[in-house]
Design a protein around this ligand. Structure first.
Ligand SMILES: [Zn+2]
Length: 280
């Protein structure tokens, strides 16, 4: 699966109007390796605000200059996204740039966590921990989506005990809209995988979004960070479940190492939080 995903030629746009909502998705090409503007990016004054730079720069320059990462994931999809837009104009977006902004660009946390043994085993190879500039080369992100208000409308977030209705999600309902969009992916110099993708499923009575980062560092750990969104049609809120799960690879059966759905279910939970996103 990993080899040909970057080869989407023309952007594929899809959308659905759904009661108070509109869903928009786009799958587009991989990030260009060079600036694509004819010196336009170069002429943007250094003093320009970050927001304006983001608007003026080409995608390559946005990722290369505005993210502080010494290296980007092998595959970034700058123009691939999912947007859900409420009738109030408030939007929730899922996009690679925003997710990568939350990656630690200055510290290699996993190197500290790694067992000494693992470091010794790999000491003769140009391993993933041997980067010159320390940064989080696993691209771990606690990104949960980007809420974009439309003043005066916004989304209020409250903690809740309410759970996502899994039974309802299991029901055989007509699927009106489905998409699975990769935002970025890196194979960690052949030492595993870090992939962020967002999936949406819209049914007659509800919709469900799963944003998941799956990280496997071979011989070290598997980590799954997720944000799940669940909304029953015509209700006043969206439920959002945020979770981080992580386990040592040695504790997980090897056949499960590549089974992202299965492994996500059995990994020890490090963080679990339920929120209500109150709609305007
Ligand atoms: Zn540029």
């Amino acid at each position: 699966m990993a080899s040909n995903k970057g080869e989407v030629q023309e952007p594929i746009n899809e959308s659905l109007d759904y009661g108070n909502w509109k869903f928009l998705s786009r799958k587009s090409h991989i990030l260009n390796s060079k600036c694509t503007s004819n010196s336009q990016c170069e002429s943007v004054p250094v003093t320009t605000s970050e927001t304006d730079k983001r608007r003026l720069y080409c995608d390559h320059c946005c990722f290369a200059k505005l993210l502080e990462l010494p290296e980007l994931p092998e595959m970034c999809f700058p123009q691939s996204f999912l947007i859900i837009e409420h009738c109030s104009g408030v939007r929730i977006c899922f996009a690679a740039f925003d997710a990568l902004q939350l990656v630690d660009a200055h510290n290699d946390k996993l190197k500290v966590q790694m067992a000494e043994k693992w470091k010794e085993e790999r000491s003769n190879t140009q391993g993933v921990g041997d980067v010159v500039h320390p940064f989080d080369w696993t691209y771990t992100t606690e990104y949960t989506g980007t809420i974009v208000p439309n003043p005066p409308h916004s989304i209020k977030i409250e903690l809740t005990e309410e759970q996502i209705n899994l039974e309802k999600l299991k029901q055989q309902e007509k699927i009106l809209f489905y998409n699975d969009i990769i935002l970025f992916e890196d194979e960690l110099a052949d030492n595993g995988v870090s992939i962020l993708r967002v999936k949406i499923r819209v049914m007659t009575s509800c919709f469900f979004i799963l944003l998941r980062q799956f990280l496997r560092v071979d011989g070290v750990l598997i980590r799954v960070n997720e944000a799940r969104y669940y909304h029953e049609k015509d209700s006043k809120y969206i439920l959002r479940e945020i979770s981080c799960r992580e386990g040592a690879t040695k504790d997980i059966h090897p056949t499960l190492h590549t089974q992202q759905d299965e492994v996500a279910r059995i990994l020890p939970v490090k963080l679990l939080k339920m929120e209500k996103l109150m709609l305007p």
